[in-house]
Design a protein around this ligand. Structure first.
Ligand code: SAH
Length: 217
């Protein structure tokens, strides 16, 4: 499909533009293959469909947005899911990032705080036939302890600091990707990964702009 080809080219171009930040010249082939496979138009409302393959965020209702394809690809690349991985996503939104993860991981657990968004995402993911996706409505700040530990955790809304419950639910060798910061002061896409000494290492990857993580915490 022409639109998908353009989206992949735009992702490549933005990877090239940001290579000094992200310290790589290209994203993982498996991630790009997953991006090629998931129909982004199926995750947005009819009136947004013609913009579905633009490399930009789109409104999904309730003041929320589907992230830009480049950011979805980059976060997935940083999380490094494999066929054996159990992945937690906080902020299902429209379910697009969930679907990309489901193409790569064994099981994907995703939590959304806005009930109508969670219901719509569930319907879309069911219709597309994803069977390794488990959704829950609630505050993802607390993670999903019943299904922990997770090999990768992705947070798709910005928090002032990394929620401690998510760090606790990270498996040994696990990777946590999260935008951290306050809207007015700028946010950084942060990667937490276990270093060789077993301690968590923090890498700030790229300045980003995400909707805030809401909830009662
Ligand atoms: N991955 C999504 C991005 C959606 S934007 C997509 O591809 O569409 C971030 C989402 O996080 C929004 O849907 C918002 O409602 C949700 N969110 C914000 N705070 C949350 C919280 N505490 N727990 C779970 N979801 C939250």
């Amino acid at each position: 499909m022409q639109d998908l080809k353009r989206m992949l080219q735009d992702i490549h171009a933005e990877v090239a533009l940001t290579r000094r930040y992200i310290k790589r010249d290209k994203l993982d082939d498996a991630v790009l293959a997953a991006m090629r496979k998931v129909p982004r138009h199926a995750f947005v409302d009819a009136e947004m469909r013609r913009y579905a393959y633009d490399n930009g965020p789109l409104p999904i209702g309730h003041g929320q947005t589907i992230s830009q394809p480049y950011i979805v690809a980059l976060m997935t690349d940083l999380a490094r899911p494999t066929r054996e991985s159990r992945v937690l996503e906080v902020g299902t939104g429209c379910g697009y990032q969930t679907a990309v993860l489901a193409e790569l991981a064994a099981e994907v657990y995703s939590i959304e705080i806005v009930p109508p968004l969670a219901e719509l995402a569930a319907e879309r993911l069911r219709r597309l036939g994803y069977q390794n996706v488990h959704l829950r409505t609630g505050d993802g700040y607390h993670g999903w302890p019943e299904h922990a530990p997770f090999d990768a955790i992705l947070v798709t809304a910005a928090a002032p600091t990394v929620p401690p419950p998510l760090i606790e639910q990270l498996a040994a060798g696990g990777r946590l990707v999260i935008p951290v910061g306050e809207p007015a002061f700028g946010q950084e896409l942060r990667l937490l990964e276990e270093g060789t000494d077993g301690e968590l290492e923090t890498h700030d990857i790229l300045p980003v702009a995400f909707v805030p993580l809401t909830g009662g915490h």
